[in-house]
Write a protein that binds this ligand. Structure first.
Ligand SMILES: Nc1nc2c(ncn2[C@@H]2O[C@H](COP(=O)(O)OP(=O)(O)O)[C@@H](O)[C@H]2O)c(=O)[nH]1
Ligand SMILES: [Mg+2]
Length: 327
């Protein structure tokens, strides 16, 4: 046992020993590992703790397999809320920190690589809707890439997390390369690539609190800013999180529409979320299937030239429109 361990260590060790379930043990062990100072004298201890953690992760996996009805259900995250956004990036860039800051989920955050071994979904509240974020292990890891790429393929959009303490433009290039190998592209497919899967994406450039981050960010923006929005943030300083939420809402590609019966107030508590570009008829169908044949007229508050204006079925709605439908 190394001599110079801080008091935090012994406190964390006590909690680790008291933990009873596998999940509690993992959480306590993560805390314990965070208290161990990094120097030569603690090499063995840290290696030992990492081994224990990987054993516990295996146990957790086994348990979930038994409970959840097999491997597939572990790696298949049912889409919830207005959109599903998958996080990708290299180890330690801050993917789990972002999910922990924007949702109630508690993914493992650690300064050693590959701490995320299972997908971890969380719901991000945005005003009156929720957007699902899915935390994933680092990209370009042979043991997880199979199911990780599967989740990215079905997600509505991607959040690419870049670490501003490392070469940002190179990280981005490597990530795009890897996505390309899975036929996932961020922009329109080039000629001859018709089968590529096109995903919208936002880049979260994290750790802007660190030295050199600004110059690094500038290089990233110069090289890739034209292809997708880049948001600089610091999870540590909780700086830029609101900007990121805004961008994630735009990335979700949905608008909110509130419906109102003629002569009554709109129900502002329950928006219909529909894809950007949806028309009056698209929403009417969701409100009631009979509107498909029986819609007499629709009036709009919001995107019309004046409030309460009658509009065509093909009128394209905007976020926060109120729509009055009449049979
Ligand atoms: N300086 C700094 N460190 C951060 C920031 N966000 C996360 N970290 C640290 O970076 C390490 C990796 O974070 P984590 O969220 O686990 O990264 P992941 O591997 O991409 O999921 C942890 O030690 C975090 O505390 C940040 O904004 N600034
Ligand atoms: Mg992680």
């Amino acid at each position: 046992m190394p001599a110079n361990l801080p008091p935090d260590y012994f406190e964390a060790e006590r909690r680790y020993k008291q933990a009873s379930t596998v999940a509690e043990k993992i959480a306590a062990l993560e805390d314990l590992m965070a208290t161990v100072p990094k120097h030569k004298g603690t090499d063995h201890l840290r290696a030992d703790l990492r081994r224990r953690l990987s054993q516990l992760n295996k146990e957790a996996l086994e348990q979930r397999k038994k409970k959840g009805g097999g491997r597939d259900s572990l790696y298949n995250i049912p889409r919830e809320g207005a959109a599903q956004i998958a996080l990708t990036g290299f180890a330690n860039s801050g993917k789990s920190s972002i999910v922990a800051n924007l949702t109630k989920a508690t993914p493992v955050i650690a300064d050693y690589p590959l701490s995320t071994v299972l997908p971890c979904p969380g719901m991000m509240p945005y005003e009156d809707i929720q957007i699902q974020l899915v935390d994933l292990p680092a990209i370009a890891n042979e043991t997880t890439d199979g199911w990780v790429s599967g989740i990215m393929r079905v997600a509505d959009a991607l959040l690419i997390v870049i670490d501003l303490t490392e070469d940002a433009d190179i990280q981005m290039e490597l990530i795009l390369d890897q996505l390309g190998k899975w036929n996932i592209r961020l922009e329109r497919p080039r000629e001859g690539e018709y089968r590529a899967l096109v995903k919208r994406a936002v880049v979260a450039a994290n750790k802007k609190d660190q030295p050199g981050a600004v110059e690094n960010l500038e290089r990233l923006e110069a090289a890739y800013g034209g292809r997708c929005p880049v948001v600089a943030l610091s999870c540590r300083k909780k700086d830029g999180l609101e900007d990121l939420k805004q961008e994630l809402f735009k990335l979700a590609g949905v608008i909110r529409v509130y419906s109102k019966p003629p002569g009554k107030d709109p129900d502002l508590s329950r928006p219909y979320t529909v894809p950007v570009g949806s028309t009056v008829m698209d929403v009417a169908e969701k409100v009631h299937k009979d509107f498909v044949t029986k819609l007499k007229y629709a009036r709009i508050w919001g995107s019309a030239r004046f409030d309460g204006m009658r509009v065509e079925r093909t009128h394209v709605l905007k976020d926060r429109d109120i729509i009055e439908l009449s049979m």
